[in-house]
Design a protein around this ligand. Sequence first.
Ligand SMILES: [Zn+2]
Length: 86
Amino acid sequence: MLWQIDIENPHLFINLESQVQKYICKTCGYVYDPAVGDPDSGIEPGTPFGALPDDWVCPTCGTPKSDFEPEDAAATNVPLMEPVPA
Ligand SMILES: [Zn+2]
């Protein structure tokens, strides 16, 4: 049953990656990057999306946190390794 372990590990990896997960505003396309934060709103770099205050809104259009979605929602199937140009 090693196959099941191989399948579950990537899922665990994704959960850990949520600490640096980028989130996209579904209204305007603004990307919240935890590594950058949102200095204009008093959010320091290194703040995970999940740690943002409940009243935080998109700095561009004012959309609430609840209308953001994980950036990798469409990139889950992208290979982690890209071909290296010769
Ligand atoms: Zn927005």
